[in-house]
Ligand binder design. Structure first.
Ligand code: APR
Ligand code: PHB
Length: 389
């Protein structure tokens, strides 16, 4: 097989890249280890920045997002027994849409297949070859057969645990940056109506908590936990007691309970791997960077990487220009570091650090008080949250 761009991974980065290239007349083939059903069933966060909404709409895959997604003009910060609304739209003129990531994937897969795009699901043994030459190729197994794709470019969109980043040439000179947080998030999916119209990020001495949503009948809740803890240690009653304890205060608002149908613990880290390109191999999304979920930036960064990469590939195929491709890493990293900084800030501000001194706890509280009482600081937080940077 031959294509212009071989794309490894059918997550938001890989599928959106394939579709944006298609809209510019550039061919691609997407290789994915999991099945279509599996990727469309993995329920993941979906807080879409204005910029992401605009890219999906311009690519013709925004209809269901606009119909079924929930437009939020603000979110709440809860601490010290009070809730404070951050008026995103009032402060920045922009809003977010809550639309789960797997719904975005469903829309992208449907659009690719409707356009006769090639997505090979359930591949295995994916390996990248000669990526430092302009004769790069990918070998893999599909439907029990060994196969090969020759491509001008390879886009590594296969996430943190994929094969693309390890296949980057000059491993010795690569610079990785990492911070692993001493806590995780215990996440639940619940059958119930929403408890609040907007997301609630709560800082509490017992630890962070988050009220989020998936739909009018399915809610998503998280609380800070020991990353080494076990799901089985948490009965439903214990979970609800913890969430009520961290989220409710004296204003009468109550968290709605419901049937918990999924529980899980996720680790928290900040990670950036540079450079994001070498030879004809380009990394995008989680393959090159991870953010802790506190800033809701993961999906949005994957989309912004792909937007920058598409511009470079379009220039190359339009007029042979390589300027945008050569500066891909540098350009993408500008936004990535800002999102990493925001995600680290939100994590630092809202979680309880076991080794924090009483002075540091008061500093944390004072910083939160500053944000909710200073329009300038609230605006800075809001700009970062909606992605206006
Ligand atoms: N070959 C082919 N596909 C692979 C391989 C491989 N060797 N390894 C992993 N994959 C697939 C995974 O099964 C997954 O479907 O690559 C895809 C990577 O998708 P994501 O991990 O979703 O990464 P990305 O597209 O960069 O999207 C980032 O996803 O995890 C969230 O919070 C994250 O929202 C962010 C978004
Ligand atoms: C989620 O809905 O899962 C979610 C929302 C906002 C975050 C993180 C996760 O910051």
């Amino acid at each position: 097989m031959r294509t212009q761009v071989a794309i490894i991974g059918a997550g938001p980065a890989g599928l959106l890249l394939s579709h944006l290239l298609h809209l510019q007349g550039i061919s691609s083939v997407v290789l994915e280890t999991r099945s279509r059903a599996d990727i469309e069933a993995t329920i993941r966060a979906g807080v879409l920045e204005q910029g992401t909404m605009d890219v999906l709409t311009a690519a013709g895959v925004g209809e269901r997002m606009r119909k079924e997604g929930a437009l939020h003009h603000g979110f709440e910060l809860a601490f010290g027994g009070k809730r404070h609304r951050i008026d995103l739209h009032g402060l920045t003129g922009k809003s977010i849409t809550v639309y789960p990531q797997h719904e975005v994937l469903k829309d992208l897969v449907a659009a690719r297949l409707a356009a006769q795009g090639t997505i090979l699901f359930e591949v295995s043994d994916v390996a990248l070859h000669d990526v430092s030459t302009n004769k790069s190729f990918v070998t893999f197994r599909h439907a029990g057969e060994a196969q090969r794709i020759d491509a001008d470019f390879i886009a590594g969109c296969d996430g943190y645990h994929g094969v693309s980043r390890p296949a980057m040439p000059d491993q010795a000179t690569r610079q990785d940056y990492q911070k692993i947080y001493p806590f995780g998030w215990f996440g639940i999916l619940v059958e119930s109506a929403p408890s609040s119209e907007e997301l609630i990020y709560a800082q509490h001495e017992r630890g962070f908590a988050l009220v989020s949503t998936r739909s009018p009948t399915v809610q998503r809740l998280y609380f800070q936990c020991d990353p080494a803890d076990k799901v089985d240690n948490w009965s439903d009653d214990r979970i609800w007691a913890e969430l009520h304890g961290r989220l409710e205060n004296h204003d009468g608002w109550k968290l709605k309970e419901g049937k918990i149908f999924q529980k899980g613990i996720i680790g928290m880290r900040s990670f950036v791997s540079t450079p994001m390109q070498a030879g004809r191999l380009f990394l995008a999304g989680d393959a090159a960077h991870i953010v802790p979920p506190t800033g809701a930036k993961g999906l949005n960064l994957a989309v912004s990487d792909v937007k920058v990469l598409t511009a470079g590939l379009v220039e190359f195929y339009r007029n042979g220009g390589e300027a945008l491709l050569q500066t891909y890493s540098e350009t993408a990293l500008k936004r990535i570091w800002r999102a990493e900084c925001f995600s680290w800030t939100m994590t630092r501000l809202l979680h309880t650090f076991a080794d924090a001194t009483p002075f540091e706890r008061e500093m944390q509280r004072a910083e939160l008080e500053n944000i909710v009482s200073s329009p300038a600081l609230a605006t800075a937080l809001a700009e970062n949250y909606v992605g206006a940077f």
